[in-house]
Design a protein around this ligand. Structure first.
Ligand code: DSN
Length: 421
């Protein structure tokens, strides 16, 4: 059953309530390994489902365009102060609706249409909003890209510098959605300084690792930091922008009134709770366990002949080229899902295939760490993945069903926030 319980929803709209209950059980029974997902706490769920949904608060604490802000001002201030304390930044904006609007706000703050910026291409591990041709950021601005080494699978900092010197970008993005290795923030900062560019660190994937001390921080190196709040940071679906004091006004004006109207106060409350949770000692242990689990899984998959981009991982994320296993990413992801292992098909660097049917899969260990799994479980997870990928090649449904049962049995012993048996 969903936790908190849903008696009012069940009475008012049983159809919808049944769908939510179905999703809760699905999340309980699956080994959730989509690298950008997690389980929020029941406290976060409660905060997001309150009467804060009823309130408009255009503006910022102390300077709103609507009355009745006695409590919403305090809630947003709490979230801002907690973000600043957790990450050690001078300024935080907690209003952006999600990661893409947060990144768009940064363009609005620092760029004019047609200006050049430098980033990692989506197909190499970047993000849509880092200048993909199908994104507004690729249509309205002029993206130039650095790449990862063809042989190493790692970002080539010499190439970043050479490209920056050649194209003189106004802004440089580091970070992305499929980068299994540590981001060298000091090296990016040195290059940005040399060419006079604003350095933006998009830490959406690794924010929880940074908060928990399991990845170096961009603070003191990047001019601006954007992050979603729902990945390793384990908050509700939302985003934040952090910066030094000198950029505070530009960022705030870009978010409101530049791009958005009223902030979603219920989400702001959930973010405040998640930031409080992330400041506890248990969160440090969780962040380090995510990385330990990812490394153990990488070792076990390597032993089974999986081809990991860059050979392994430094963080929560593994990117795997399945070409050598004789199956494409999409059919493999579908069979793995049927086997109770949820991840996503993904391009790998220099992928000869298209994004809708790429060569690889991407997975992460944040959600299974929240459930309580540790390194000792990772050889078993790797074995299930190997068997499921082989089953995908052979169209072996009996094996897929066997793994799904075994996954469900294992997960019975690991409680899920937001669900009770
Ligand atoms: N949030 C991104 C991810 O899955 O990594 C996609 O925008």
């Amino acid at each position: 059953m969903h936790e908190p319980k849903l008696p009012h929803l069940t009475a008012a709209d049983p159809t919808l309530a049944a769908l939510v209950e179905g999703e809760a059980k699905r999340q309980h029974d699956k080994l959730r390994m989509i690298a950008s997902e997690n389980y929020v706490s029941t406290a976060v769920l409660e905060a997001c489902g309150t009467v804060l949904n009823n309130k408009y608060s255009e503006g910022y604490p102390g300077k709103r365009y609507y009355e009745g802000q006695q409590f919403c001002d305090q809630i947003e201030t709490l979230a801002i102060e907690r973000a600043k304390a957790l990450f050690g930044t001078e300024h935080a904006n907690v209003q952006t609706y999600s990661g893409s609007p947060a990144n768009l706000a940064v363009y609005l703050a620092f760029m004019q249409p047609g200006d050049t910026f430098l980033s990692l291409e989506l197909a190499q591990g970047g993000h849509l909003t880092h200048g993909s041709p199908v994104s507004a950021t690729g249509k309205w601005f002029r993206p130039e890209h650095y790449t990862v080494g063809r042989d190493t699978g790692r970002i080539d900092m010499d190439l970043v510098r050479d490209t920056a010197l050649a194209v003189r970008p106004k802004m440089i993005f580091c970070g992305g959605t499929a980068i299994p290795r540590t981001i060298d923030f000091p090296a990016f900062a040195a290059i940005a300084r040399e060419v006079g560019a604003i350095l933006v660190a998009d830490i959406a994937h690794i924010a929880g690792l940074i908060a928990g001390g399991a990845h170096p921080s961009p603070v003191g190196h990047a001019d601006v930091i954007t992050t979603t709040t729902h990945k390793t940071l384990r908050g509700p679906r939302g985003a934040m922008i952090m910066a030094s004091a000198e950029h505070a006004t530009a960022i705030d004006k870009a978010v409101f009134p530049g791009l958005q109207g009223g902030p979603h106060n219920h989400t702001t409350a959930g973010i405040a709770v998640a930031l409080h949770e992330a400041a506890q000692p248990t969160f440090t242990a969780y962040a380090h366990q995510i990385v330990a689990n990812a490394k153990a899984l990488a070792t076990a998959l390597n032993e089974r002949g999986f081809d990991l981009v860059s050979g392994g991982t430094d963080n929560h994320l593994l990117l795997i080229d399945l070409t050598g296993k004789g199956v494409e990413g999409k059919p493999a992801a579908k069979v793995l899902d049927a086997a109770g292992i949820e991840l996503n098909f993904n391009t790998v660097p220099y992928d000869p295939r298209k994004p809708w049917s790429p060569s690889g899969i991407r997975l992460g260990t944040a959600a299974l760490t929240t459930r309580g799994l540790t390194e000792q479980h990772m050889p078993q997870v790797a074995a299930w993945m190997d068997d499921a990928v082989t089953a995908a090649v052979k169209d072996d449904t009996a094996t897929v069903e066997r793994i799904a049962c075994q996954v469900r049995d294992l997960l019975q012993g690991f409680p899920m926030p937001g669900y009770t048996d």
